[in-house]
Design a protein around this ligand. Sequence first.
Ligand code: FES
Ligand SMILES: [Fe+2]
Length: 336
Amino acid sequence: MTRYVKNVWYMAAWADEIAGDTLFSRTLLGKPWLIWRNGDGTHAMIADRCPHRFVPLSMGKRVGDTVQCRYHGLGFDGTGTCVHSPFPDGPPAHVSAPAMPIVEKHRGLWFWPGDPALADPSKIPDFSFLDADRGMHRGCLRIEGNYELITDNLMDLTHAEFLHIETFGVNGSIFHGEQTVRQDEDGAIWNNWDMTDAQAPEWSKPMLEPGQKIDQWLHMRWHAPAAMALTVGLARAGTQRADLILPPMVNPHIITPETETSSHYFYDHEDNPQAAEMARRVFVEEDEPMIEAAQRALGAQDFWDARPAILKTDAGAIRARRALMQRRNAEGGAAA
Ligand code: FES
Ligand SMILES: [Fe+2]
């Protein structure tokens, strides 16, 4: 059984998924959680399971900054404390629901399943590029695959040359590109591909003069547990990346385990029908079936027990897996 790393920030939702007085329920790290927005704009996150007879509290109703269970009327505040009982002897002191710290940052809601005393919001990875109003559509895709299989996918973009050949393919240039894997002072692991004087990918040709060669870079940054950002740059070859064909684009690829074998994938794309269709093809038609097929093939077997063949191009993905394993081992605690 996988243990989830606990002392780390995970993304629960985009902030705008929790509108108004919504009682928002999502399964995260194997359990259902309830999130709501308090009157002062902060958020609360408690187990979506009444401690009395286990029904989802999300079936209940908001009463100010509390939730009232629909079954027998107990009320809970954002710390999970039972603060209301319909009976005259007051709320039972021995009844409470688990709660977790949750904060809004970079348009996301981030929760901390570990020791609340260690929950420092400054440790949320830097996704400040999401703060600007770039007119993006933000989405969340559910994939029937373990979150580390999705990290493998994102930290090894060589698959673009096969799986995304018609959408995001790099026209074979990645096979002649230079891969660099490094860890920065922030603890992030970078898996960078830099292609010089390469054939332009098909999708970029309408923006180029015939036969124009390009320099292209694909830089993927990973933070534990699976919060990634991809920067894509494209410039006319021989210009030291000064003559950009497009402004470099950076997009989030943030993965949170739903269960051991399913994940929530938070992404964005430009808010127009063409970009939506492209995202649907890349994520839903191309990546999702492949990740789900890998998960089905692996079944309940541990990744390392399955003795995966490791290629040189897996360097970034394997380094991310090792970094996460070190954290898991350091925490050492009980199974999640
Ligand atoms: S099940 Fe919630 S109050 Fe009884
Ligand atoms: Fe992909």
